[in-house]
Design a binder for this molecule. Structure first.
Ligand code: FAD
Ligand code: MLT
Ligand code: ZN
Length: 479
């Protein structure tokens, strides 16, 4: 009887959704839902009552009002490139995926105020292009920029390769438009650089991973476009040299230092092995490698000369073994491919247990030494893939199985391995989630490391914003 009533109520409920967004944008067939119910890493797979694709903010509001009334959970989804399982439904088949993909208008560009107002479903690369076409620069940049959306970037406070110079997504946002669980719309799109009228609601929603509200639009800062960039790949004798080079570059280049990406030799090995068309500019794969970039808005700036000078001094000081400075845009792209190909190479090479951690920058290499010792002692033979945004103190501390292990044996190590890595991160007063967010991946570990008062405040806020717990339940916080 209950199933029959449920089936009846589902039909009526889905009809209501179809009345709001149009039947073509309520996907109930498993095949039509496939791209939405599995995450990018193929680590999480769920089932959805429906995928709903609203066209605008008013429809998002009506859908949420309807779901809140019916107490049906809503999983906001942008580009589905998240790495914490935050946009994947559970396997109940009772949740609705709210896809923001159709909210993809660039609403306004203000070249004087240096702002761009966009729908949340805009793909990051399209926002970068719109800024470029208006003679400006939108600096947020990450490997998924061709698919990830501004709403997802804000909801995860995404980082990427330009945080060192421009900050995380949080620092790019001036205002938000958000739809609350009950359908109310908060219009916070004034885009003022100063507005001290109470609690910072904007920053509450940024990084909330779809658990407090659905972001439907944002006012973002635009920057002056760099007129000159110079990119180099640097071979290092060891990982300690990376920090010395970072200090040297920062002291000489100042805020023209826009990227400082680190990788161990095993990462470069993996890319050369699995990513077609990649070539190392070095005769042998160095023990550690840095990809760095300087940029300046002044076309006359001799950045290549400056970088050559700094790297020459580093080599003389024994901090670097070799360096290649890109002589063209194409060569710079080829060097970046060696860094950005790591994500893809990991997926191709097999199972990886990932850690997206942040440490106080000055203690990074001490941490890397201690962590390698601790992991080797506890789990001999694992392959270390350590890379990331060293300039932000953010490492992707990823491990692959030892040759003698089966995939199952390896995956069975996830919890104890996480504990070894994250306990050490905690001892170093770092963070177990630097830029990817908590999602479902880190949800159960979070209370082990975050102060109890902070956890209580977050649960209190969740109850206040979403009393029926329909917004992305089980993500970020244990329900
Ligand atoms: P989704 O995956 O769709 O969703 C992510 C989370 O945000 C979910 O919890 C979802 O519920 C929520 N959400 C999505 N849209 C909204 C909305 N409009 N309102 C409220 N909540 C919403 N991340 C980095 O930070 N730095 C990197 O360098 C980086 N590199 C990557 C490289 C590759 C190859 C890939 C595949 C991913 C990478 N990522 C990186 C992870 C991912 O791209 C980011 O987390 C990105 O911000 C997710 O955007 P999305 O639109 O795909 O969000
Ligand atoms: C990156 O910086 O490439 C991603 O954040 C990490 C990853 O793809 O594992
Ligand atoms: Zn990253």
């Amino acid at each position: 009887m209950a199933d029959e009533a449920e089936a009846m109520s589902d039909t009526a409920f889905l009809a209501q959704l179809a009345d709001i967004v149009g039947a073509a944008h309520v996907l109930t067939e498993a095949t039509a839902q496939d791209a939405y119910v599995v995450d990018w890493m193929k680590k999480y797979r769920g089932r959805a009552l429906a995928v709903v694709r609203p066209a605008d903010t008013a429809q998002v509001s009506a859908v949420l009002h309807c779901c809140n009334d019916a107490r049906v959970s809503v999983i906001p989804q942008g580009g589905n490139t998240g790495m914490a399982g935050g946009a994947t439904p559970d396997d109940s088949g009772r949740q609705v995926i709210l896809s923001l993909g159709r909210l993809n208008r660039i609403r306004e560009i203000d070249p004087v105020g240096n702002t761009i107002t966009v729908d949340a479903g805009c793909i990051l690369a399209n926002v970068q292009a719109a800024a470029r076409e208006s003679g400006r620069f939108f600096p947020l940049s990450l490997g998924a920029e061709g698919s990830c959306t501004i709403g997802g970037n804000l909801a995860t406070n995404a980082g990427g390769i330009a945080v060192l110079r421009y900050g995380n997504t949080r620092e790019q946002a001036l205002g938000l438009e958000v739809v609350l669980a009950d359908g109310r719309i908060w219009d916070g799109l004034q885009g003022l650089r100063k507005d001290n009228t109470g609690y910072d609601l904007r920053d509450l929603f940024i990084g909330s991973e779809g658990t407090l509200g659905v972001i439907t639009a944002a006012v973002l800062k635009l920057q002056a476009a760099p007129a000159v960039r110079v990119t180099a790949l640097v071979a290092l004798p060891d990982q300690d040299a990376a920090l010395k080079l970072f200090v040297r570059l920062g002291a000489r280049a100042g805020d023209r230092l826009t990227a400082f990406e680190f990788m161990t030799h095993s990462c470069l090995d993996l890319v050369l092995q699995h990513v077609p068309g990649t070539v190392s500019p070095f005769a042998t794969v160095p023990p550690a490698i840095v990809l760095t970039e300087l940029s300046d808005t002044d076309a006359a700036a001799d950045l290549a000369g400056l970088l050559e000078n700094i790297l020459g001094d580093a080599i003389t000081a024994g901090e670097a073994e070799d360096a290649v400075i890109a002589q063209s845009g194409e060569q710079a792209k080829a060097l970046w491919r060696l860094r950005e190909g790591i994500s893809e190479a990991q997926v191709r090479a097999g199972k990886t247990i990932k850690h997206d951690i942040a440490l106080p920058i000055g203690r990074l290499t001490a941490f890397m030494r201690d962590c390698e010792t601790a992991v080797e002692a506890a789990f001999p033979g694992l392959r270390f893939l350590v890379f990331g945004h060293l300039g932000d103190g953010n490492l992707h501390y990823n491990l692959q199985r030892a040759p003698h292990m089966t995939d199952d044996d390896f995956y069975a190590l996830t919890a104890p391995l996480n504990a070894v890595v994250h306990d050490l991160v905690h001892r170093y007063r770092g963070s177990i989630s630097a830029e990817h967010g908590v999602g479902q991946l880190r949800r159960d570990e979070l209370p082990r490391y975050k102060p109890p008062v902070a956890m209580q405040i977050m649960h209190d806020l969740k109850r206040l914003f979403d009393s029926r717990n329909i917004l992305n339940p089980g993500k970020l916080l244990q329900s």
